[in-house]
Ligand binder design. Sequence first.
Ligand code: ATP
Length: 382
Amino acid sequence: MASIELKNLVKKYGDGFPAVNDVSLDIADGEFVILVGPSGCGKSTLLRMIVGLEDITSGDLMIDGKRVNDLAPRDRNLSMVFQNYALYPHLTVFENIAFPLRLAKGQHNEDEIRSKVNQASSMLELNEHLERKPANLSGGQRQRVAMGRAIVREADAFLFDEPLSNLDAKLRGQMRTEISRMQRRLGTTTVYVTHDQIEAMTLGDRVAVLKKGVLQQVASPRELYEQPVNLFVAGFIGSPPMNFLPAQVVGSTLKLPFVDVPISQNLADQIKGHEFVIAGIRPEYFKDASLGGVEGVRFSAVVDQTEWLGNEQYAYIPFEAPEAVHSTLEELDRDLDGEGLRTQLVVNLDARSRIREGQEAELVFDPELMHVFDPNSGDNLT
Ligand code: ATP
């Protein structure tokens, strides 16, 4: 096992915009770190730089304190698991898993190989399939074979590039649990690329969020969710995403589309000079006031649409965004791969709520849970 240190890593393809731009990150021995961000933000490039499949334009990559920029991939002792599994179709499951051991010529005798493959295949429940070829396996089983191959190498770290994205939702859930269990059992340092919210929130000790090659925040899933450093992270982490509401600044009050919210003097001082800021409130922080039990700021609004999912429901409430914040919201939406200006409030309510489409709903939220963002820098001021 090993620690991995990224020091000011830069990757430029040709003379274009850097795909990875000055990324520094210390990954501790045994740690599980997730890399997330929208398509094209540089996640795979960063992973490929660590494993040695891409040259490093500048910066230092250290594994266990040693600079490995110029070390060939096979000499880095890292195991990579790809999205498409990269199995050999003509080899059985056993031989696919044994492959890295046979590649290290002369280092393992036949008994050792058999014992290592058997150990990995029992861990991954592949014992019954060892004589099959990959074509005769399900997607989940193929993914397990790819993991088995990574395990037998006893590499210093596992690198996963969206390993579950070809699986259906149910299997993804199962494999997610297996990967987590395997990593805990082996204690192997792991870097895992995904754009799946649930994988990002459940698998890692820490999550690193990238935007256009630049690291935005590295934190535990809870900290990212509760204390995002900027609009981008706030909008990227969480599903459905955080609501961003234009808020007119009037002294120590924020005028949101449906309600006035008092703010602290400290915050009022920070945002003095802004005509508008962006207020961020997660959908689940709103409650149906008629169900009682929640203190906070109350307001009423006409619900445009509802979706009842059995265990919860969503209500959609359109609002007007003043011209002054259009460019901020539009830019944010582009960064987040969105579909246009977000001018509806999304509220995630208890399934018991009797709120109906076309009717006025009485809602309440705790203003302590509201984030306030600088509309120019996007920084979280709360
Ligand atoms: P996705 O989630 O879509 O896989 P990603 O976050 O993994 O995206 P990368 O594949 O790392 O993103 O790509 C980062 C940027 O580098 C993109 O703008 C991409 O077009 C560019 N890029 C990646 N590989 C190359 C290459 N071989 N040559 C030129 N540009 C590349």
